[in-house]
Ligand binder design. Structure first.
Ligand SMILES: [Zn+2]
Length: 231
């Protein structure tokens, strides 16, 4: 009783509005009203093999299963939500997005064989500025509804690839070679792991990091992302 009164009171002082349409929503852990959540463009990739993400990575890095939960478009709602996580210090948003991905994973059996999630490592400079790795927060959100191990110290980023955004697609692919290194192989040996990132575009980072992970004995690799761009 006191708790619900208190939460209503807090809500009065700090209104919690839908990030999509601005309507007042009561659930403190949601960022979208039901209507906006349904309008978020689902890809269906997580439950379907041979989806465009698997095709995008085909021949570049060997993946068991790959999927992204939503389409990512410039100026779309998902871009706004990801922006909150990456540039507005909104970790709760990362947990929320992770739970949305986790719920899709729960609804299919395609990824049931996975043993651990590995967030794509962020370079040191970005980590210092942001204070956290957004992909790690997404992982935490995923495993809160779909329990799996989280491994953050098996692989690290060794080259700062920040300048790559100004380069052409081919340059970017070459630029990212050797950007990652295994830090502790024993953490992932013999495991089926999923590399997790916020948005997959060309897949260059996933390819580069994934190739390093696959050098470890017995590793099988899958890929999970919140959003996917159309190329
Ligand atoms: Zn809304």
């Amino acid at each position: 009783m006191l708790k619900s009164w208190l939460s209503a009171f807090i809500h009065l002082i700090y209104p919690h509005n839908c990030e999509g349409c601005g309507t007042d929503i009561l659930n403190e852990k949601s960022f979208l009203c039901t209507k906006c959540l349904f309008q978020l463009p689902q890809t269906g990739f997580i439950s379907n093999a041979n989806n465009p993400i698997e095709k995008r990575l085909y021949g570049r890095v060997k993946v068991e299963e790959a999927g992204a939960a939503f389409y990512f478009t410039k100026d779309g709602l998902l871009q706004h939500l990801i922006g909150q996580l990456k540039y507005k210090n909104n970790r709760e948003m990362g947990l929320y997005l992770g739970r949305l991905v986790g719920n899709q994973l729960k609804a299919t059996h395609r990824f049931d064989g996975l043993e651990a999630l590995i967030p794509l490592p962020l370079n040191e400079r970005k980590l210092r500025v942001r204070g956290y790795n957004q992909s790690e927060i997404i992982c935490e959100g995923i495993i809160s509804v779909w329990p799996k191990a989280l491994i953050t110290d098996a692989v690290c980023r060794v080259i700062d690839t920040a300048t790559q955004t100004n380069k052409s697609l081919t340059d970017r692919w070459e630029n990212i070679e050797g950007a990652f290194a295994i830090a502790d192989a024993t953490k992932i040996e013999g495991k089926h792991i999923a590399l997790v990132d916020d948005i997959i575009t060309t897949g260059a980072s996933i390819e580069s990091c994934g190739r390093e992970l696959l050098k470890v004995k017995g590793v099988r690799l899958s890929v999970l992302c919140v959003g996917a761009t159309n190329l």
